[in-house]
Design a protein around this ligand. Structure first.
Ligand SMILES: [Mn+2]
Length: 329
């Protein structure tokens, strides 16, 4: 076994992100830990923590260890999981977070390595497990076509493509299919995907033909096109898309609009995703300034490279939108 971390344990749980990188990371670990009894789960889609009920369920199962992969759970929550379950906790991640000393925390980015070296959690795992289809898909899932500009990692992806007679577009299509479960909010589908990817890492044809993922992906595409063609409103330098959809497509919609309107600020509001809360995504120049404004108001807000996401009480959405509009600098 390559990963000595788990030698002394026989029963464990993998907790993974719901996107392609998380699913493929879980698939890599499942494959590596095949001789052990391993279960896998995703947090409730949208939550970067485990709920009280989820922790209770885990406690009942009596796992010896828990591996948390590709999901950046705040330190306090990690300690809570550790104390409540009594399990040995391992974290493999590539999101910037201070090292949590009370657990086995493996994160090269937190140790100062460049994000370019580790574009995905699968790439962190590949240090021990090698570069296979799952490792490659994780990197393409998180970076999309921008991975082509990564001079450290892309040559290895090209090697993989050449030796497997595959094209980059094949990888993009697989990512679209694997991501389709969380976009239609199918948590069970996300969890089954990890094992499916482990079993089919050498059969891309089976991935392309996955029935449910193809159906999901067609539904998502239709919904995205429908929203883009009917609901976009121009408002000076801004593009607004105010929608109500149960699908998890707000980041895709925001990115699509920004790509075709690079000089505008794009604001997408989804009022149909959570019961009493709304989602807002904003792309444009200087949008980071909105993060402290949102947090001061008690909202959950975060972002990276010209994009900000906010989750806020539905009753305050219109108020916050007018603040966004008047705080333009
Ligand atoms: Mn990731």
């Amino acid at each position: 076994m390559l990963m000595r971390f788990f030698d002394s344990y026989s029963r464990g749980l993998i907790v993974h992100h719901w996107d392609t990188d998380g699913i493929c990371s879980a698939g890599m670990l499942l494959s590596e830990l095949q001789e052990k009894e391993i279960h896998n789960m995703s947090p409730t889609i949208g939550n970067f923590y485990l709920t009280e009920n989820e922790i209770d369920e885990i406690k009942k199962k009596g796992y010896e260890f828990i591996v948390i992969v590709d999901i950046c759970i705040p330190r306090d929550e990690i300690i809570r999981i550790k104390n409540a379950t009594g399990a040995k906790i391992f974290i493999f991640d590539h999101h910037l977070q201070e090292i949590i000393k009370e657990v086995e925390h493996i994160n090269p980015i937190s140790e100062g390595k460049s994000p370019e070296m580790f574009p995905s959690a699968t790439w962190v795992l590949s240090q021990w497990l090698g570069i296979d289809l799952l490792a490659v898909l994780g990197a393409v899932g998180d970076m999309e076509s921008r991975i082509k500009e990564n001079k450290l990692v892309y040559p290895e992806i090209e090697n993989f493509l050449n030796s497997h007679s595959m094209k980059f577009n094949d990888l993009l299509r697989m990512v679209e299919l694997i991501d389709s479960s969380y976009k239609v909010m199918d948590k069970g589908g996300v969890e089954r995907a990890a094992r499916f990817m482990m079993e089919n890492r050498d059969s891309p044809g089976k991935i392309f033909r996955h029935r449910t993922w193809n159906r999901n992906s067609a539904r998502i595409k239709r919904e995205i096109e429908r929203q883009l063609s009917t609901n976009v409103i121009e408002d000076g330098d801004r593009l607004m898309l105010d929608i109500s959809t149960p699908f998890n497509i707000i980041s895709t919609l925001t990115r699509r609009l920004a790509r075709s309107n690079p000089h505008k600020t794009v604001i997408v509001i989804n009022r149909g995703f959570f019961r009493n809360r709304d989602q807002i995504y904003i792309r444009g120049n200087n949008v980071q300034r909105l993060i402290p404004i949102a947090r001061d108001r008690g909202y959950s807000a975060g972002g990276k490279e010209g994009v900000v996401g906010v989750i806020l009480p539905a009753s305050e959405t219109d108020d916050f939108l007018s603040i966004i509009k008047t705080s333009d600098s």
